[in-house]
Design a protein. Sequence first.
Lengths: 316, 360
Amino acid sequence: MHWLNFTGSVLLQSVISATPLLYAAAGEILVQRSGMVNVGLEGMMLGGAFAASLTAYYTHSTLAGLLAALLAGIVLAMLLGLFTLKIPADQIVIGVVLNLLVLGITGTLYRLLFTQHRLITVQMPLYFHKSLPLLTPCVAPCMLLVGWVLYKTRLGLALRACGENPESAGAAGIRVNLIRFCMLLWGGCMAGMAGAFLSIGNGSAFAENMSAGRGFIALAVVTAGRWTPGGCTLAALIFGFAGVLNFEGQAIGLGARYRALLAHMHLLDAAKHFNLAHIPYNLFLALPYAATLFLLMGTSRSTAAPAALGRPYRRN
Amino acid sequence: MRLNVRISFHRLLQLSVPAALTGVFCLLAGCGRSNTAGKASVGSAGKGESSKPYKVALVLSGSGTDHGWNQDAVVAIHQVQKALNLPDSDVSIKEEATTPTAQKSNLQAYASQGYNLIFGHGEEYEAPALQMAPDYPNTLFVISSGSKTAANVTPIVFKLEDGAYLLGMLAAGMSHTGKIGAVGAQPIGPVKSVFSAFALGAKAVNPNITILPAVYTNDWEDVNLAHTATLPLIQRGADVIVQDLDSASQGVFNAVQQSNTPQHPVYALGTNNDQNSAAPDVVLASAPIDCTPVFVKIAQDARAGTFHPSAVPYGLPQGVIGFVLNPQLQSRIPAALLQKVESAEKQIQQGTLQVPMTAP
């Protein structure tokens, strides 16, 4: 019974820590399949987190916070779309600039408004039975929607065409940049949701730079998942699982147990000689990244990236 | 050599966009900085000695708004500015140096600009400061949580252990399961020392208490990561959790709030700052650090030329480390336990109880 409990909690925690990655990936899959790279994912997440937290703080409504996060994501996506589709400037550069811009804006506003006290919104965010954040199961329909749109609709066919060969798609009468823009807006919505999960979905406070690199991990998840909803879900879950295992490993004192085992086998002195007597905690921390890399290795041959990924399209 | 000057309007736009956006960002970031500095502005210097400018800097590895370790230093540096009557332009703060390279270069930047007094707020600044100090003999490097002295390098040894010991006593007394736990960012000397003082205090109240292995997240600020890291400890039976984190402490509080029920209460403890209000329903007590008296004293002595580097610890007796109970939860603490904790606090203050600091 204890083991069942343990396993249940580990799996549950894995899904919870994968949730922001799943949301962000659900957006980024369609963005990348339509031929764009949204490096500004990290910034969009952070913007969503701040908008959600700030709105929920002033309105005392979590729902309003969620809507604000979606809106923030959309606004940032429009900005990105304006510069990468209308102008079109380099997508990577604009994405990086967007990340810095949002980090600066959220940091500045946070400092202006909350120097004395914390930005804490609700005592207990949206939870099922105080253990499952409400936003976690909501990611499943989003992912299913992405799969359905991508493979079962005309829009999916058109957006994949935009990602593979925008010139041909354009010649066939598809409005490439319009489709790309719509996908960016969807990506912004999902990144906003991912941010809202961080600040009001699973916690109750905003901290500067609280997205902490998850946007970049989400980009890696999309690549590791080979641009398919199923693959990305798997990649995100493995990442989450490895992250939880790392803390479980530390909490059960794996390091001490390893030493005890060495001592039991009379190998402690030999291990000390080779500097192997203790497991550095960094090794645990590397687990999620190592797992993702490993996954990437295993799947890299199966599918290729959208052929026109990151390439701007201009109508002749 | 002929330059191609036929840059199209389109190309020009392409180039200008990142530049413009970066400009906006810098402007915004600049606004934020000058605004926080402006809060403590004291106007122009009026003293005679101020004819020769005295420049003070603070370098932080985290965010100055973390409601913890870093923010406390920001408050202190503003008090230094007030005490020395320095203009805004002679006081500078650099934050968020998360890598050793950035930490060293921030320190170096201030030293090479001729700052007289540089506070490196964290043990991580000790090694680079000791290394560069001989090149900048007119600069005094003050290293928070450091341990070594040199001609112009001094540590501020914050004896957070005093407070952690009392928190440990409280934790052991309040635990129903007989298990308590700790979450930290990195197993560096000062953090490990605080956790072992916590364990020592716990053992003083209940010799049979189980202290679960500490969990480290490698991130002082990632709230959600700290949240995930705390749950396995609670899952394994810990019902009082201490933490040594910056902004990420809120994640620990959230995890504890989530697990806290009337039948099975779970508590958290605050460190570095009075964090009782961050989660008033679960934070039993905090052990805050008050940098201000030390920072101001060092700055005043250094300016007067009477300062000598030393590694004297500043703890509870000096009023630098505190121990604050959360008034909202105080009624839940049994009177006998409270009496034990209070008498230990008195003993530490009088010096009859010496909490050991494990050497980093």
